[in-house]
Design a protein around this ligand. Sequence first.
Ligand code: GDD
Ligand code: MN
Length: 384
Amino acid sequence: MLSMLLEVVALVLGLVHFAVPLAYFVYLKSYATRAWNSRVDESYRPETTIIVPTYNEARTIEQRLEDIVRQDFPKEKLELILVDSASCDGTLDIAERWIKRHPRMNVKVIRENQRRGKVYALNNALSKVSERTQMVVVTDADCIWRKDALRNAAKYLADPTIGAVTCSIYPVRENGLGASFDKKYRDFNNMVRIAESKSWSTPIAHGPFVSYKRTCLAKLGGIQDKGADDSTPFTLIALNGYRSIQAPDIYVYEMVPRDLKSSLARRLRRAHHLISHFAKMAKRVGSTSSPFKRILGVEIYLHLVNPLLLLTAIILLVSGIVVDLTHALSLPSFWTLMLGGILFVVHRTFRTWILTQFLLIGGGISYLLKGELHIWEPIRTARE
Ligand code: GDD
Ligand code: MN
């Protein structure tokens, strides 16, 4: 009797867990192929400041700077701010040599003598952005942009209603452990974020490329020290009445760590930041009347609540078996779990989904235990 009750509750939770995102996905699909309901100006070339925060990026910094120079964008409109937080691997020596070889580039270097984290460094850099700047782009040191990234960001930001634009991410390493997870995860996420953006705005930005109207960032008073350094300001701009969108034609390639341990550590940290971001946004979502409210509401649910339904359902199914162990083989709980296990092994999308749910739960636990996370170890194997 008890095991049947547990089974029924588990079934209902499981059903809700899968049905809500599925319904949302089907709803979004109709947006994915629509045209943009915004004004795109291909010829817009705003005064631009690119901020590159670094902590021990000796392996990547030169390639990052070269990549920026290769952008198909007028160099005289570019200002570059490098903000380094006491790297001890010679990052700044490499950068300074590069700057000497490129005297025509307008580069400011900020040396912090203590590492206080990326958010602190970004705010430091933001206080040095030229008044002329119209577009501020924040980027990680360990990524590669396609040549037209800046140009494409500018063409969307030309629309007065758009306040922030982020990239679509494509993982670099196509083979190796975890790479297939990355690819599936990215394909799925790119589709969802772009569809949300077409419908109005999306609440998630990607650190390798986030561009903002300078005035929108100024209104926020900089980057908050709670939440995520990329998604939180991006979402706050949307809550202020502008649109924050992910563009399909800002291509960014991101290194994927080579080994499972680093890859897991990195995903857990990112999940931690995402949970912290949505926990903060959950307190704000009531205050907006923008069409963004519904999207943000669903995403808060999908990140903070929905994974817990899956976890609870699994715990109940296992408990159902434990309380009626002698009849295990005849219990629907047992066969539901078996079916789940088989699907996990054979079905890549299903596996990616389940892993993502557990990463979010892990991120949530980490957030509850550690609170805001301002400093983290750079992942070596994503930089080789
Ligand atoms: N100045 C400065 N000071 N820069 C830092 C610091 C710091 O204390 N910590 C990290 N950075 C820089 C790194 O050098 C890199 O350029 C960028 O911030 C992102 O850090 P990664 O270590 O590469 O993190 P990731 O690959 O997981 O990045 C993603 O998640 C982060 C949050 O967990 C990105 O989307 C980041 O933008 C995001 O900050
Ligand atoms: Mn990185």
